[in-house]
Design a binder for this molecule. Structure first.
Ligand code: DX5
Ligand code: ZN
Length: 241
């Protein structure tokens, strides 16, 4: 997906889920991306961890490049790595469509460089904040980015319980977006399941990331269809208000 279009338009109708593969059977990634796409998913969330920025270690650009051959989904690349400025072009070349960097992992100058590099290659750029980072700190960058990823757990592991105090950040971002007529999308990541997704979406989240709630079920494609129809219904319900 190489273009300079508006991410909101490409992903509409919103909200839409982004499926995190972190808690899937990592020995079967090819089959999983194929099944996920066939189940009606448009966004695949790829969690890149380096064992430094977060204690866990996953996979990198070479794996994304291999998966790219088997999927037409939008690859939403969540970089939980130190010094992302050093390897950002690898993730672009590998076929990442939305490149998300952590605000805490870069200097302001590096962040601006990353934003312009990603845009130069016609991809979308996102900025993510950890639970302890104040959302106000990223306000000045919001006109420049396509997406904000609000972490609703401490990054590093799938299957954690959502931290309720992070939901207020989604509400603050949604209000700020409306007041300033901005176009960035709001995504949220961590502990999103049947019980928490309604509150997340009603707070203003356009792209809830769902991982463990899908892959903890043996019949994960059925679970994907459940989340897809639930998000459609929530959109419908929202219209009533
Ligand atoms: C955690 C990751 C998440 C995670 C999703 O650091 O960024 O993407 O896999 O969380 P769960 O598994 O709770 O849906
Ligand atoms: Zn993630």
């Amino acid at each position: 997906m190489k273009n300079n279009k508006n991410l909101k338009k490409i992903l509409s109708p919103l909200p839409t889920i982004s499926v995190s593969l972190l808690n899937s059977d990592l020995a079967n990634l090819k089959q999983t991306v194929e099944l996920v796409e066939r189940a009606g998913v448009r966004l695949i969330h790829l969690d890149i961890m380096d064992g430094h920025f977060v204690p866990n270690l996953t996979f990198g650009a070479p794996v994304i490049k291999c998966l790219r051959k088997y999927s037409g989904c939008i690859f939403d690349v969540h970089l939980m790595i130190e010094n992302p400025q050093k390897s950002i072009s690898n993730y672009i070349e590998a076929g990442g469509d939305i490149i998300v960097v952590h605000f805490e992992s870069v200097s302001r100058k590096q962040l601006l460089k990353i934003v312009s590099l990603v845009k130069k290659f016609g991809r979308f750029v996102g900025i993510s904040i950890k639970p302890k980072t104040d959302v106000e700190k990223i306000f000045k960058y919001l006109p420049l980015v396509d997406l904000v990823l609000v972490m609703t757990v401490e990054p590093g592991f799938g299957g954690q319980k959502m931290l309720n105090n992070c939901v207020s950040k989604i509400k603050i971002l949604n209000k700020y977006r409306e007041e300033n007529k901005l176009e960035f999308l709001i995504s949220a990541d961590g502990g999103i399941n049947e019980g928490t997704i309604v509150e997340i979406i009603n707070s203003g989240c356009d792209v809830p990331v769902v991982g463990n709630a899908i892959f903890s079920d043996k019949n994960f494609t059925k679970k994907i269809r459940f989340f897809n129809s639930l998000t459609k219904k929530l959109k419908f319900d929202n219209k009533k208000y």
